[in-house]
Design a protein around this ligand. Structure first.
Ligand SMILES: [Zn+2]
Length: 187
């Protein structure tokens, strides 16, 4: 994505600020994520320390809409996070194995920030994300309750947990969960 490329070699030996806006499409362009919509403003300050060294300070503020684990209705998460990284041209290999330091090939004139911004924001999503107790969509909870009662006679019905998918690609959706999504879509 051209708009998210930082032209390293053209930067002055100074601090410069860049602003980016991340909408729902941004988070779903490379692969589908659970982000339904979003408005995150990123302020990036880049300080070029030497010919080959840059210090990046990224601040991300805004919100994400993702499905609630319990009722599947929109859940708005506040995003307020930052990230620091030192980028250095060194040799001819990409190396991000060290914390807080990214080595990029000397020949590179620019750095694509897409993945960095995406991961920084997505990592703020808690593993379990639900509305506060009592704030789930009551109609949906009632329908889910009926659905689970029909399909899962052994379930205690007290809690609905998102089943884990085996496949890392995220394509393999538990059939029960898929049924719930359809239920929600037809609502
Ligand atoms: Zn909910």
């Amino acid at each position: 994505m051209a708009g998210f490329k930082l032209r390293l070699r053209s930067l002055p030996f100074d601090t410069q600020a860049f602003n980016y806006h991340l909408d729902g499409d941004f988070f779903n362009q490379v692969e589908k994520t659970e982000v339904r919509s979003s408005s995150v403003d990123v302020t990036l300050q880049v300080t070029r320390k030497t010919e080959n060294t840059y210090v990046l300070q990224m601040d991300c503020k805004g919100w994400l809409n993702i499905p609630c684990d319990r009722c599947l209705d929109d859940l708005r998460l506040v995003v307020d996070t930052d990230y620091q990284l030192t980028v250095r041209h060194e040799g001819d290999e990409w190396d991000d194995s060290r914390d807080g330091v990214l080595l990029v090939p000397e020949a590179w004139t620019e750095l694509d920030l897409t993945e960095m911004m995406r991961d920084t924001v997505l990592l703020t999503i808690p593993i379990v994300h639900c509305h506060a107790d009592g704030e789930c969509d009551p109609e949906m909870m009632a329908r889910l309750g009926e659905h689970w009662a029909d399909t899962e006679p052994a379930a205690d019905g007290a809690s609905v947990e998102a089943p884990l998918t085996d496949d890392k690609s995220g394509d393999a959706i538990d059939p029960r969960w898929e049924a719930l999504r359809k239920l929600k879509d037809n609502n």
